[in-house]
Every structure is written in C-alpha cells, then in structure tokens.
Design a binder for this molecule. Structure first.
Ligand code: AMP
Ligand code: MN
Ligand code: MN
Length: 320
C-alpha cells in the first residue's frame, strides 16, 4: 500500500489544499482526491481549501463545497497537499500545516524538497494529477473524479504537448476516458471559452507586445490601470503568456502584470532552448523548465532587463 492510502487509515477528518493561484493541475488533483474520498470513504469528513479558483473550472463536481477561508482553531487528522512545492506557496493559509496531525504531499515539482511528513514527489510525471492517479485504486475512480484528474493532466501537459507527456500519461488519459467523461466539453470549458473582456485584454496585450533579442523573446505587460479599465482580475489573464509563446521565432515569452507599485507577477514560457525555471528561481520563484514564474520589484524596464540578460546568456551558450 502506498503512503497516501496508508495515511488514510484510522483517520476521521481530512483537509485538502494546493498552491496559491491554483491552476488546472492543482484544482484537478485536489478535487480528484476529494471526489475519490467522497465516493469511497463516506465516513470521512473532508474539506477542500482553495482560493481564487477561476470560474471555468465550475464543471468539476463539488466545486461549490470548496472553502475559501481557513479558520484558526480548525483541526484535522490529515492534511493532503497537492502540486505545492514549498510552504510559502500553500493556498488559503500556511497555518493549515499546524492544524493537522499528519501531512502528505503529492507533487511533481523538481524544486519540492518534501514539505509533508510523507511525500510522493515524481518530477518525471507530467502533472500532480498523474502522480495522484498512480496512488489511487483505478476501479474506485468515479466518472466525477476522473473528470477532475483529466482536467489536471490536460492543463499541465498543455493538452499532451509538453515534454513531460509520456506514454504513461496517455494510458492514464485513456483509463479516465473509459470512465465516460465528456472530454470535449472539459477541453472547451477549461481552455478555449473566454469572456469578451478576457479576449479584449488578451488582444490588447498582444497588440502592444514587444519583441526583443532579435525576435527570440516576446514581452507582454498589463498595468493595474488597464486591468481596472477592463474590470478584470489576474485570473482573467490566464492564457495570454501561452498565446505569446506561439509567436513564430520566439524562444521565450514573458508576461507581466502589476501587483503593486513597482511590483510585477512574472510568467515565463519557453519553447525548449531556455530553462526558465532556472531564471525564475534566481528571482525567488520557481516552476518547470518550460513554464515558470516569480514576483519581481522595479519598473517594467528594470524587470524586463533583469530577465532578458540571463535569457540571452542561455541562448548564447546553447549556440556554442
Ligand atoms: P505561472 O506562470 O504563474 O502560470 O506559473 C508557471 C509555473 O511556475 C507553475 O508551475 C507554477 O507553479 C510555477 N510558479 C509560478 N510562480 C511561482 C513562484 N513565485 N514560486 C514558485 N513557483 C512558481
Ligand atoms: Mn500548478
Ligand atoms: Mn502541476
């Protein structure tokens, strides 16, 4: 028996959470686990804590049960962390770590040094949802849980395109399909459907984007003023960096949005030549080789200069 199922023995209350600004993999893993427990361990009391979940994931069952606030004093026998690489990235409240007798962390970030009492970290896996699938009993996964896990996998693989995608990823996707999930709808709802405002701000950002390093780097930025003008929040900016990345000739796409005065949230995507995780880590962030992020101080120009320096160096080294 694996560490996750082992940890469920003799437990009455379980809390589940993921990382800040939860993405499809984080949400899919948390909800996949929640639904699996709901379906197979009905005696357990299970709470999922997630904040800032984008509306597009509301097709996942049980999203209406998700708690946005953690009350100090709440106690759990077991805490399950999904897709979280370090304590400071825990969604809702880091205090939740102190509220549980035992913590199990399931993840696929290389940078995760093991923040649970027990850890299942597989850096070679495409997604946390894939790691989680490997820990569950296949025949006990319901259609609802399968929809959540499938969401996790397609989001972290960029629909089976990222290099982490393996034959095993495809096999798992096949098993989940056989549970009868509406995979077309999941893809449409969670990837393609955008509100008019989201499309507008994406269009404007691309229109105003700049090309640097001989067209090998593209930069897009959204100021607080523009976000206010369109009435959008950071959640509405998802997908912009991915659209920038597919510009022909581009190796690295950088997308910034203001989170305060002289402070930007940075998202980077690479087409393979550049390890953006290394660059994000140098500025206190992290992520994966081809998708990483961090928060940086300074003017737009300072931030861009600080990022293009190491990008240019990596591109030059690659050439030699
Ligand atoms: P994002 O650009 O925010 O979509 O993030 C891309 C990847 O980088 C995800 O796997 C995140 O988990 C990771 N990431 C983003 N921001 C940070 C950060 N500040 N610290 C560590 N990892 C991050
Ligand atoms: Mn994630
Ligand atoms: Mn992930």
């Amino acid at each position: 028996m694996n560490k996750l199922l082992e940890a469920l023995k003799g437990v009455g209350t379980v809390a589940i959470t993921g990382h800040v600004n939860p993405d499809g993999d984080c949400i899919g893993s948390c909800m996949g686990m929640y639904l699996y427990l709901r379906d197979n361990y009905p005696q357990l009391q299970v709470d999922v804590y997630l904040k800032d979940v984008r509306e597009v994931f509301s097709y996942i069952q049980g999203m209406d049960q998700v708690k946005e606030n953690f009350e100090l004093g709440d106690k759990y026998d077991l805490l399950l962390l999904f897709d979280v690489s370090s304590k400071d990235r825990i969604c809702v409240s880091q205090e939740i770590m102190n509220a549980a007798k035992h913590t199990v962390c399931v993840d696929h970030h290389v940078t995760n040094s093991g923040l649970g009492d027990d850890n299942v970290i597989c850096p070679e896996a495409s997604s946390t949802a894939e790691v989680l699938f490997g820990l569950l009993e296949e025949e006990k996964i319901s259609k609802a849980a399968a929809e959540a896990l499938y969401t996790g996998i397609i989001h972290d693989t960029g629909m089976f395109r990222h290099p982490g995608t393996s034959a095993e990823t495809m096999r798992i996707a096949g098993v989940l399909m056989d549970k009868g999930i509406d995979f077309s709808r999941i893809v449409d709802e969670s990837f393609y459907t955008r509100t008019y405002r989201q499309n507008q701000i994406m269009g404007r950002t691309i229109l105003e984007s700049i090309m640097l390093l001989d067209g090998r780097c593209i930069v897009g930025v959204v100021s607080q003023r523009v976000m206010e003008f369109y009435g959008v929040t950071p959640k509405d900016l998802d997908g912009i960096v991915d659209q920038l990345r597919i510009t022909r000739g581009v190796e690295v796409a950088i997308f910034l949005y203001a989170v305060g005065t002289q402070q930007f949230k940075v998202s980077m995507r690479s087409n393979g030549e550049v390890n953006v995780s290394e660059i994000a880590q140098a500025f206190g962030g992290g992520g994966h080789v081809q998708a990483a992020g961090c928060t940086m101080q300074g003017s737009f120009y300072d931030v861009v200069n600080n990022l293009t320096g190491p990008i240019e160096r990596q591109l030059r080294e690659k050439k030699q």
